[in-house]
Design a protein around this ligand. Structure first.
Ligand code: ADP
Ligand code: MG
Length: 663
């Protein structure tokens, strides 16, 4: 329902801005929560040091002067008479305030204190004195064209309409936890007076979201159990064994176990809904290939969906190789596939001539239809939203689904957020693999590091270098641009150096990644954007600057870019901070162990990539940070289902069943 018109000041243009913030109606406005709170308390001018944050009030002591730069920038300065002293204020791009800043006007200024120049570099100016009050300022996400004040006014306008607010916490749970009323909680978040109240209000709203989330997971699970297949798949044991025997390597015991799990799913009368978790390089692809082979024997089509074109091409090549000698039609479908070929593929998919299709999201577009789609596999599944996945599922009536993920997460956690799926873990690595040797180095040992890089380059091996930032900023951290310049100086004469980061166009990224994969680039310097799952066998060294900036799981993911062949590989972490934590990386290569340790150390992991992308749109809860609340919500949701209470709460039932329309 679009009811934003009812709020004063919202016309078509403003609506456009609000839509950018995902606000489409009055309810969205009320749920546009501050992403943080600023606690404002007058600073003691005499106790501040250079560059400290400052909040101070006083009277305007000089008419502001405005200086305009080229473009749209401007700088305004004036004197402020505070209780303690007269000081200077400069503020950028607020020239529009000038007419309101008259002599003797009472204002409060927030900014950074430049002690040496007796000047505040202000980030904000508020009217009125702050005095001895402690103010809590809600900070909202905004977009250009829409100011904070406007957002606050609109939210107030939304509250004034007194809209219906649905409360999804069952009354008996609300009283068990002594929760605040929902409307009151919402109001507190937008009009914070007391930080403890804010916490209480947040707790209630987070719980509500997580409780509903766990109900949905429970619902998905029961839904999945209901799906019956007409005919379980036949397992032609001889053919499957022959296929496995003819593979270029012997399967590890965990791979065999995974194959068994899948076979038992496929031969049952339930639809498969399995998550295959395993470290990078643990050999998930071949397990998927065996599943696709079983489908082929049963005359069903399989689709393998991956997040990027590079990964799609890589998989396509590998899969064709593994099916060598078998008469099976495998095709690649990505957005860069020529139009004529695409049309031919669509036709053949519909006619059933293609057995296996490998591709990006291009394979779930509406133009694609299958003759007999039996199995859908998504690799690095966290990149796909629930919607996309359901879309794919709907293409094959009751298709079996296998999700593959290289981001091991702790068991309790997995069982909670993936509670709707069955889980298989691959923990052992193929035995031909040498384990990656990891070193922790200080920034002042950079010479050693460069020598080690040089040794690898001499062997014609390739290097990854990762830094937390793209460009220089005031935080004194390593950045990709600077490192690229430095590496050019050090190695540029003999070797090619490439740069990769998230601000580049995706075609440009793809080009660089391809050049690296082809060996044309020797050293790739990047942020964490390097693809999960990318397989450059000749890359043997991963160097990570400012390693303390990353969670252990992220470091482990990055390290997994190397060690992908029988060549000895290395990971070098450079940091002088958090040695204890980083040391774990030098002690183990087991992703499960690392994520478990990360989880324990921080009460949360960074859980790299876990169901993050648009998949779960939490407004206030955070799956990673609110783990304790999640566990409570899980317990309560289980009890709620067990006691079949859903029918007593129609509002809850409507949401839970409505949000996962699998048809
Ligand atoms: P991931 O789990 O990261 O997707 P892949 O399936 O890409 O891993 O496998 C990594 C590499 O290991 C591939 O080159 C694959 O051919 C190889 N591989 C897989 N299983 C085995 C095995 N049992 N023995 C030896 N090599 C294997
Ligand atoms: Mg993979």
């Amino acid at each position: 329902m679009d009811d934003l018109n009812l709020i004063k000041g919202i016309g078509p243009k403003t609506k456009g801005y609000l839509e950018k913030l995902n606000i489409y109606n009055v309810n969205d406005l009320i749920c546009h929560f501050p992403f943080r709170y600023e606690i404002l308390k007058r600073s003691d001018l005499f106790n501040l040091r250079q560059d400290d944050k400052i909040i101070i009030d006083g009277y305007i002591d000089s008419t502001p002067s405005v200086f305009r730069f080229k473009g749209k920038m401007n700088k305004m300065s004036f004197r402020l008479r505070t209780k303690e002293a007269i000081i200077n204020v400069v503020i950028f791009n607020r020239a529009f305030l000038k007419n309101n800043l008259t002599i003797n006007k009472e204002i409060t200024v927030i900014g950074k204190w430049d002690l040496l120049k007796n000047t505040i570099v202000a980030s904000d100016i508020m009217f009125g004195l702050i005095g001895n009050e402690i103010k809590i300022e809600p900070i909202y996400h905004t977009v250009t064209g829409l100011g904070r004040k406007q957002i606050i006014n609109f939210i107030d306008g939304a509250f004034n309409l007194n809209p219906e607010i649905d409360d999804y916490v069952p009354d008996f749970l609300a009283s068990k936890y002594n929760f605040l009323d929902k409307r009151e909680s919402l109001s507190i978040l937008h009009h914070p007076k007391d930080i403890n109240k804010v916490k209480k209000a947040m707790l209630r709203l987070k719980y509500e979201e997580l409780f509903m989330f766990m109900l949905k997971i429970n619902f998905l699970k029961s839904k999945n159990n209901e799906f019956k297949k007409g005919q379980p798949k036949e397992m032609d044991k001889d053919k499957i064994e022959t296929f496995i025997d003819n593979l270029p390597f012997k399967l590890t015991s965990d791979q065999l176990k995974a194959v068994e799990d899948i076979m038992s799913d496929l031969s049952s009368n339930r639809v498969m809904n399995r998550l295959l978790q395993g470290d990078v390089g643990s050999g998930k692809t071949v397990v998927a290939v065996i599943a696709m082979y079983i489908m082929y024997l049963n005359n069903f089509q399989s689709a393998l969906m991956v997040p990027t074109e590079i990964l799609a091409k890589q998989h396509y090549k590998n899969i064709k190789e593994l099916f060598k000698g078998i008469d099976i039609n495998i095709r690649l479908l990505i957005s860069s596939t020529p139009k004529a070929e695409k049309n031919e593929i669509y036709k053949e998919l519909e006619e059933g001539n293609i057995n296996i299709i490998v591709g990006t999201h291009a394979i779930i577009q509406d133009t694609v239809s299958f003759s007999r789609l039996g199995l859908v596999i998504t690799d690095e599944q966290h990149r796909f939203g629930v919607k996309q996945r359901n879309n794919l599922r709907s293409k094959g009536e009751l298709a079996d689904i296998l999700y593959m993920s290289a981001t091991p997460i702790p068991r309790t956690y997995a069982l909670t957020i993936y509670g709707d799926m069955d889980i298989t873990n691959i923990k052992t690595m193929p035995s031909n693999r040498k384990s990656i040797i990891t070193y922790l180095k200080q920034p002042n040992e950079i010479k050693d590091v460069l020598a080690m890089i040089n040794d690898e380059l001499d062997l014609n091996h390739q290097i990854y270098v990762v830094a937390p930032l793209i460009e220089e900023n005031e935080k004194d951290q390593e950045n990709v641009e600077k490192l690229t310049r430095q590496f050019e100086l050090a190695f540029g004469k003999k070797y090619n150096i490439g740069m990769l980061h998230g601000k580049m166009a995706s075609s440009e990224k793809e080009k660089i990644m391809n050049e690296y994969a082809n060996g044309d680039i020797n050293i790739l310097i990047s942020t964490t954007v390097i693809e999960v799952g990318i397989d450059v066998k000749n890359a043997t060294m991963m160097v990570i600057f400012d390693a303390q900036k990353f969670g252990l799981s992220t470091l482990h993911q990055l390290r997994g870019r190397v060690g992908r062949s029988n060549l000895q590989s290395y990971c070098i972490l450079i940091s002088e901070h958090e040695k204890e934590r980083l040391k774990i990386m030098t002690e183990t290569n087991d992703g499960f162990e690392i994520s478990e340790a990360d989880f324990k150390l921080r009460g949360q992991g960074d859980l790299f990539g876990v169901r993050q992308s648009g998949d779960m749109n939490f407004k206030i809860a955070d799956l990673k940070k609110d783990f304790k609340i999640l566990m409570k919500a899980k317990e309560d949701a289980n009890m709620f289902i067990k006691k079949s209470m859903m029918d007593d709460y129609p509002a809850i039932k409507r949401i839970v069943e409505g949000s996962f329309n699998l048809d």
